[in-house]
Design a binder for this molecule. Structure first.
Ligand code: ATP
Length: 361
């Protein structure tokens, strides 16, 4: 049995549908992420899990138990908010002890429980400090410690890192991964940051307009987006208009008008003449003045349109023969070599037939 089961949940505000027939389940011990652009309904879904909002229809089950009649404070669920929501007049230890006092834990047991969770978040030396004496990252760790101290079945995290600068965010991401492994509590994490979702999660539900657009492991979401929305939202992706010209067998052939025919992985239900989109990640494309390629590779020509030097890699935007722009990249791994081509250089591109992924429609 899944730890959390969301069954056909709908939430409307007036005549606006914020969450539209969402069903999904989360296993015990999972790091599960709700990812999507602003307004897609992820926070509303999280708030329903916490009990701050009630669904119009559908069910939320935790350990098989329907939560509809269970108020927020009685659910074995805690939420960590972006704003930390720490009590400013209490020390770190007092902040963390607070939920234990509220739950009626015996006074004598509280110090040990607080010490244990302070160790989990590596803040043992900070027990006596007040929130204003801590950095943003430390405050966030206190907020997480306070949410964990009651050992909830489910920890909900609503964009907990979005107030931190990029470097600290990366550090906190690593800490969250390790913390979740150590404490083994199931995390449901909300973010609009696709890099963060890919880095942290066991599985991701990508949401769009109140619906789940795709639910899969990060690698699957990235490599095999199920629709244009997911392909476009997650990372950089080339979306090439194409048409099916041959089906049957282990490979399918599609034509990119004005460029040529290429092989790709077969798609269930594809028929000759159907149009769609070939999705292709920049790093899957090999680029050279003259690129050696074999029978498993697609090969086209083009010319460099723009170059963007990013330090570790340089992005080359290549114009195909039909005027379509394709993003490619080359690592700057060779010493001193950072620019292989200039604007207007003639180049060749190649990619394995199974690097591209065709979407019908
Ligand atoms: P963000 O990342 O910006 O927080 P989100 O994906 O979390 O976005 P939600 O906060 O779930 O989005 O909101 C989904 C939609 O529902 C938005 O259009 C929002 O304006 C609307 N909405 C949310 N709460 C309410 C409310 N209490 N009353 C009316 N509309 C609401």
């Amino acid at each position: 049995m899944a730890l959390l089961e969301i069954r056909d949940v709908v939430k409307t505000f007036g005549d606006f549908t914020a969450v539209n027939h969402v069903s999904l389940s989360v296993e015990a011990g999972e790091f599960f992420t709700l990812l999507g652009p602003s307004g897609c309904g992820k926070t509303t879904l999280l708030r329903m899990l916490a009990g701050f909002e009630q669904p119009n229809s559908g069910q939320i089950l935790l350990d098989g138990k329907d939560m509809s009649q269970v108020p927020p404070e009685k659910r074995p669920v805690h939420t960590v908010f972006q704003s930390y929501a720490l009590f400013p007049h209490m020390t770190v230890a007092q902040n963390i002890a607070f939920p234990l006092q509220m739950a009626g834990v015996a006074k004598a047991d509280i110090p040990a429980r607080v010490a244990e969770v302070l160790e989990d978040v590596r803040l043992q030396q900070f027990a006596k400090r007040f929130p204003h004496e801590l950095s943003g990252g430390q405050r966030q760790r206190v907020a997480i410690a306070r949410a964990l101290v009651n050992r909830p079945r489910l920890l909900l995290l609503d964009e907990p890192l979005s107030a931190l600068d990029a470097k600290l965010r990366e550090e906190m991401q690593l800490e969250l991964i390790n913390l979740q492994k150590e404490v083994g509590i199931t995390f449901v994490y909300v973010t609009h940051d696709q890099g963060e979702a890919l880095a942290l999660s066991h599985r991701i539900a990508v949401m769009n307009k109140g619906e789940v657009a795709q639910l899969d492991a990060p690698e699957t979401i990235y490599s095999y987006p199920k629709n244009r929305f997911v392909a476009d939202f997650i990372g950089q992706c080339n979306l090439l208009d194409a048409k099916v010209v041959e089906v049957g067998g282990e490979r399918m052939k599609v034509e990119i008008p004005g460029v040529g025919v290429c092989e790709t992985l077969p798609v269930d239900g594809a028929q000759v003449g159907q149009s769609g989109t070939l999705t292709l990640r920049p790093e899957k494309i090999r680029l050279a003045a003259s690129v050696a390629h074999d029978a498993d590779e697609v090969h086209f020509t083009g010319k460099v349109h723009d170059c963007l030097y990013l330090g570790d890699v340089t992005i080359y935007i290549v114009e195909l023969d039909n005027g379509t722009l394709v993003e490619t990249m080359l690592p700057n791994s060779a010493p001193g070599r950072a620019r292989f081509f200039d604007d207007n250089d003639a180049v060749e591109l190649a990619w394995r037939y199974d690097a591209g992924h065709f979407l019908l429609g």
